[in-house]
Design a protein around this ligand. Sequence first.
Ligand SMILES: [Zn+2]
Length: 68
Amino acid sequence: MKHAKEYLDKVRGEEVIEIEETIIVQSSSDPFKKYTLTKVDGNWLCECVGFQIRGKCSHSREASKNDK
Ligand SMILES: [Zn+2]
């Protein structure tokens, strides 16, 4: 989980107060690619390009679908 920790450190460097949960999801287009999603204030943040551009992506949607 080295990668996830690095990502969290990056997030913590910004103005994020509370990180509730982190998951790794596998890319559907590239089986060798994985994305780290971090749950902050009830919202899933993804590291993929699509999320950076649009603020949402299939990974964050899937992650929030699993929330109960
Ligand atoms: Zn994503």
